[in-house]
Write a protein that binds this ligand. Structure first.
Ligand code: AP5
Length: 232
């Protein structure tokens, strides 16, 4: 199962990608997480990416394409993957197609999570993350048991640098200008499913599962979870 999750900042891509991973054991490839890890480790990539990310701008295509190509070649992607945050531009989408062709596979579905801007801003401003294990919380919608601390390892939660309000506006602008147009491309290929991203995370996941189910006359996905049960 080869899936792309599209959607503006705060749409819930990471939240839903984790659910797909839990059920199907296909890796979540979050380019944002890869870049944040590079920043934390102080690598050359991290040094180059940090000012761009903090300003809400995109990291150049050639860098992102190289990262994703290397990642998709790894053994854990042989049965599929969920791309979370890639592609974000037309050159990235074209490169993804080339890489998948080389690897002998195709995209099965592109899920676009649709959320109005005022809800996005509210979600992003309440988001807190665990710097140790990457767990994502929301101060109101998905609070940790002890305010300010990760449920899993007790680390103090932090706010992402690019989640400050002025950066969020820039990220939303960049999404509309460069990423949203990819929906037309994937619609034309018959791969796009637009899903209402407002509601409970579990309810949205049910809609995603429905969109992934095999359909007549379309490149479908045979859903088989790791429990061995077919999804329908
Ligand atoms: P990235 O990390 O990909 O950020 P993003 O796309 O802006 O997405 P977010 O992580 O903000 O949101 P999300 O959709 O994953 O939502 P989440 O599930 O966390 O990228 C960061 C930066 O890296 C970019 O700006 C760019 O600089 C760079 N970059 C990355 N990829 C790149 C690429 N391909 N090319 C160039 N540059 C790249 O949820 C958000 C909040 O809402 C959470 O608090 C969550 O708990 C809550 N929530 C989730 N679902 C629900 C729900 N149903 N109801 C209520 N609350 C919910």
């Amino acid at each position: 199962m080869h899936i792309v999750l599209l959607g503006p900042p705060g749409a819930g891509k990471g939240t839903q990608a984790k659910k797909l991973f839990q059920e199907f054991k296909i890796p979540q490839i979050s380019t944002g997480d890869i870049l944040r890890a590079a920043v934390q480790q102080g690598t050359e990539l991290g040094k180059r990416a940090q000012p761009l990310m903090n300003a809400g701008k995109l990291v150049p295509d050639d860098i992102m394409i190289g990262i994703v190509e290397e990642r998709l070649k790894q053994a854990d992607c042989s049965k599929g993957f969920v791309l979370d945050g890639f592609p974000r531009t037309l050159p990235q989408a074209e490169a993804l197609e080339r890489v998948l062709r080389k690897l002998g596979c195709n995209l099965d579905r592109v899920i676009s999570l649709e959320v109005p801007e005022e809800i996005l801003v509210e979600r992003i401003s309440g988001r807190r993350i665990c710097p140790t294990d990457g767990s994502v919380y929301h101060v109101l919608q998905n609070p940790p048991q002890r305010a300010g601390y990760c449920d899993k390892d007790g680390t103090g939660l932090i706010q992402r640098e690019d989640d400050k309000e002025e950066n969020v506006r820039e990220r939303l602008k960049v999404y509309s200008a460069l990423t949203e147009p990819l929906k037309a491309l994937y619609r034309k290929k018959g791969l796009l499913s637009e899903i209402n991203g407002v509601g409970s995370a579990d309810g949205i996941y049910v809609e995603i599962r429905r969109a992934l189910a095999p359909r007549n006359n379309a490149p479908g996905v045979r859903l088989k979870s790791k429990t061995g049960k077919k999804s329908r």
